[in-house]
Structure formats: C-alpha cells, structure tokens
Design a protein around this ligand. Sequence first.
Ligand SMILES: [Zn+2]
Length: 324
Amino acid sequence: MLNCGCRARPALLMSGPQPTPNRVRRVCPLCEQDDAAPFMEKEALRLVRCCQCSMIYASPVEPELASGKFYDRLGVPFYLSADKLESDYAPVRFERELRLFRSYCPAGAVLDVGCSTGAFLFQLKNRYLRDYAVTGTDVAGAALDHAESRGVEVVRESFLNGDFRERRFDAVTFWAVMEHLVEPKRFLHKAALVLKPGGYCFVLVPNLRSLAVRVLGVRYRYIMPDHVNYFTAATLQQFVATEPAFEIIQIGSSHFNPVVLLKDIRGGMERVADEERARLLKRTTAYKQNLLLRPAKWAYSGVEWLLTRLKLADNLFVVLRKRF
Ligand SMILES: [Zn+2]
C-alpha cells in the first residue's frame, strides 16, 4: 500500500501543523542524494521517497532529534513509566531477539547501542550470567540511570562520540534504533570499527511493508515523529550493504502485535500518547504470559510464523558479520 511511487496517494495525506522554520532538511540516509518526492504526511511528520534508491525517510526534521535532546526529554513519560519498565523487563519481552542473538553469539563482549533502560542486556546477563560481558550506550540520561541500577555497565555518550579505545566487541546490537537516527550510516560504520573480526552486528527496525502498515497506512502508531527512517526489506539490505566491512548472514522478518493492529484500526488518526503506548505494551506482554490464553497463543504463533515467512511481520532484522 505504501510503496506507491514518488508521490503519496491523496488518501494517505493528512492535514496538520506546518513544519517549524528551523527544521533540518535531510539528504537520503541511504544513497546520500538530494532527490526526493513527497510520500506521506502525518501531522507535522513529512515523509519523502528517494527517487534514486526508493528509501523512505523524514525530511525536514526537528533539530533536537539529531542532538538526542528529544530522547532525554522523552525519558520520564515513556521509557521510565512503570508500565514501560514492567513490559521491558518481563522475561518474554526480548525472547525473539535473545533467540536470534544466541544462535550467532553464544558468549563474549556485547555492546547494545540505544540500550535505553538496559532491559535487553539485563535479560542477557540474567539468563546467561557466565557467557557475556555487557555494555550499553545511549543519549537518554535518565534511562541510563535505570540501566545502571539494574547492574548494566553504561557509556554515557552518543555512540558516535564514544571513545572505546582498544576495546573490541563480539557483538553490537541495534534493537529498534536505526529508525531513530538522522545519520544511520555513521552508526553502522562505527559498529564495524568496534567489532572484532568475525563479530556480529544485529539490526532490527520496523517493517514498512508489514501487514499492519498495509492495513492501517498512516494510522499505524509507529509512523511517528521520532521515527525518521522507514525501511523495507530491499532498502534495509541496500543500507547494510553500504558498509564494506560487513557481510550479510541473515535477513528476515519478526514480531507480530495483533493488539496494536486492532487498536489502531479502531483508533483515529491522532498520535498515540506515550503513556498509552507504554500501557498497551504492558498489556500485550501480560497476554503472552497468561497460561489460560495458550490456545490463542498457538493460533497467534501460527499467524506470526506465516507473516515472518512472507516478510509481513512488524519488524525486519538483519544479522551482519565483520569480515576477517
Ligand atoms: Zn536514496
């Protein structure tokens, strides 16, 4: 539905506040050309489609998205809300990521970029205590305070500015991070620099061709101002191929949240409040943990299996290995 050429379908366009004058115009984050056409609008969010490589991205964007101040501000209402923390720290929250991660990296030094409150690293350490040394990095100060309180070592700097000296990692993870970055290629390059030869890089992003986006279009809650890059399987593959130090080991699709889908079908076009997103995450986590819902879970697993095979699940992931 969204892959509709360089011009957005009128039905997908929405009226909303006009961009502020100090917004920053971006070149394509994939091919770095400045040749894009309007694709979609949602309130103040302006998405364009690169006419050279088909990448969908936000332009112009607010300057504080680039500086990270935005995420520092978001900390308390969203990342540090009780509902979000409870959901993130639930054992089922990162089960897919952990399964994927363990299948390639059974032990070693791990760096989680955009670690937020440290939930992924906490799960990794908690389950496989002897196998990993974990470090997280983020620009959201309050979220890092929480990560530290849970025993996760943190680097309090933008990953790009982080001085890792001689430290090299066996794995670098970007779970739902690349879609937030104004200059994602620089982060991919830095990941290659801090990995050991043969080390793995994991990238997970929302899927612009998911069932949810096809059904909901612009109403999908994850088409939102702090998501500035929108990948399809094709553009994700092109994106990671721009870093010559990496070879692609696996590319796939994962996660399906029917509760979000149903909720957004019923909901209007307005932005979903951060607190509401956190509440819904907590509720879907509770469904996953409820034993009485097991038959429904089996049916759900079947649907998710099918969607991942068709690359229609909510997220896309890619596993990269640094060349020797
Ligand atoms: Zn491009």
